[in-house]
Design a protein around this ligand. Structure first.
Ligand SMILES: [Zn+2]
Length: 486
């Protein structure tokens, strides 16, 4: 049995980054790989990605997009076709220069994103308005040569989905961009229990080559923001670069209007940093590979058989109810050790069954989202399954509410620039700062350089009287959310 202290994680309040790494490693979500900047997804980490991916895939398909797969390699010349795009991605591109022992005539880029190769194909496939809209989604890996990496959040290779669509009109493409933004928002809020700030990006934070970028932003447990997904309105920029033209109903040749959108394995980092605590991971039941763990507790050998039999019965009833349940009947480990182990792995609900529970025909529930006596309850063993279902629903809600309370507490409105600067001082996060900003890049740059906070999102539908820019004092009609970010 491992030493207890060795299994303790660095307290979150003491060193958030060390705490994060401890959780990733000790909950066995991922491991460092021999290749710098790349990580290995271990089965427990990959299982979270799979449940997240499966649900998001269903939701994306409901919008009419279909899955396809495009090559990992992209001719280098493709990247140069859209000026802003190449400028944005050139610093982090990896290229293959040799193959089969020979130098290639044209280096191949390892995709940092697939706009260029997909749009090249769109140019071949789209001829008439009848070919539109064309909506494809791809689940794949991408490579961005990162200098500073952090597990799940910033790695040289990561997994994601990237949607790419082409439409006949600007309005339709803009509608698609916002449809997906709303889809991402409801997915992350409902399924991952992570509250969000939603809005459009400033010009400086836009995707290279996009007319408009929209984002969902979460607030992590250290007060830093994490971009959890983006949806881009590309206008006709790529259609012109890649000759994506169609004949409209009047037989006129038109350029298509496009969008692209994506979320990545960063979301695993968000789950950890929003929900985790000093005992380890706390998983929303929706993504937990094991939703309920049953720990039989028999202190004397003669009790073991009846306790295990009762535990097995409860396990079967939960399984029949469609709950992902696991019976921890490992020998030679104390109940306390098992509790800690499953708490570290973030299992949302634990069922304890001891000899007295068997005698009373009951089970004890312990919720991962609460602490102390509030976490515990009992139910008749015969009602364990329906009770567990109710509790799992409550746990998801409670994780969301806890995260929402944190985000609200860490969202502040500032009237003066010195107040904003003071809030962002120091190494920690600083939360979301909601401030009037005139929209000028100069003011945005000054905030970034002096406070390290960047414009995360400009929320929609702002209903407040106009104010004055927190930096220059000029009139400003909109509030923007600034934060230090990952
Ligand atoms: Zn200003």
């Amino acid at each position: 049995m491992p030493d207890k202290d060795e299994r303790k994680v660095t307290p979150r309040s003491q060193d958030f980054a060390a705490w994060y790494n401890d959780i990733v490693l000790r909950a066995e979500l991922a491991d460092y790989s021999p290749v710098r900047g790349c990580i290995v997804f271990r089965p427990d980490g990959f299982a979270i990605w799979e449940s997240l991916r499966d649900e998001l895939d269903r939701r994306i398909k409901r919008t009419g997009a279909r899955n396809a797969y495009f090559p990992l390699f992209i001719p280098q010349s493709f990247l140069r076709k859209e000026a802003q795009h190449v400028e944005g991605f050139a610093p982090e591109v990896a290229a293959v220069t040799h193959g089969g022992g020979q130098e290639l005539e044209e280096p191949l880029i390892v995709r940092p994103t697939s706009e260029t190769i997909i749009h090249h194909m769109f140019g071949q496939w789209i001829h008439s308005y009848r070919d539109l809209p064309l909506m494809v989604n791809q689940w794949c890996n991408v490579v961005r040569w990162e200098m500073r990496t952090r597990m799940f959040l910033r790695t040289t290779e990561f997994l994601w989905q990237e949607g790419h669509t082409a439409h006949a009109t600007s309005e339709e493409a803009q509608r698609e961009t916002l449809t997906i933004l709303e889809l991402y928002k409801s997915f992350v809020e409902d399924f991952l229990a992570i509250p969000l700030v939603v809005g459009r990006k400033s010009a400086a934070e836009r995707f290279p080559g996009a007319e408009e970028t929209y984002a969902i932003e979460g607030l992590m447990g250290d007060g830093r923001a994490l971009q959890c997904g983006t949806s881009h309105f590309l206008g006709q920029n790529f259609a012109k670069a890649f000759e994506i033209k169609y004949l409209d109903e009047q037989n006129q040749l038109q350029y298509a209007w496009q969008t692209s959108w994506g979320v990545s394995t960063r979301l695993l980092g968000a789950i950890i940093m929003v929900h985790g605590d000093d005992q380890g991971l706390r998983l929303p039941p929706t993504v937990a590979a094991t939703q309920v763990v049953i720990v039989p507790i028999a202190r004397k050998p003669e009790e073991a058989a009846s306790v295990l039999a009762a535990a097995k019965q409860v396990c079967e009833s939960l399984e029949s109810a469609g709950i992902r349940v696991r019976l921890d009947s490992r020998d030679g480990l104390s109940p306390g050790f098992k509790f800690n182990d499953w708490e570290m792995r973030g299992v949302p609900l634990r069922i304890e069954i001891g000899p007295r529970d068997v005698a009373a025909g009951q089970v004890v529930f312990a919720r991962r989202d609460l602490k102390g006596p509030a976490a515990k309850s009992t139910a008749p063993a015969a009602e364990a399954a329906p009770r567990a279902s109710v509790l799992l629903g409550e746990i998801k809600q409670s994780l969301y509410q806890q995260a929402l309370a944190w985000m609200q507490r860490e969202t502040r409105e500032f009237q003066t620039y010195p107040e904003l600067k003071k809030q962002m001082e120091g190494e920690g996060g600083g939360g979301f700062a909601s401030v009037f900003w005139c929209g000028s890049p100069d003011c945005e740059t000054r905030i970034r350089e002096e406070t390290r906070a960047t414009c995360r999102a400009i929320p929609f539908n702002q209903s407040h009287p106009a104010g004055t820019c927190i930096v220059c004092g000029e009139p400003a009609s909109e509030r923007a959310f600034f934060a230090k970010s990952y």
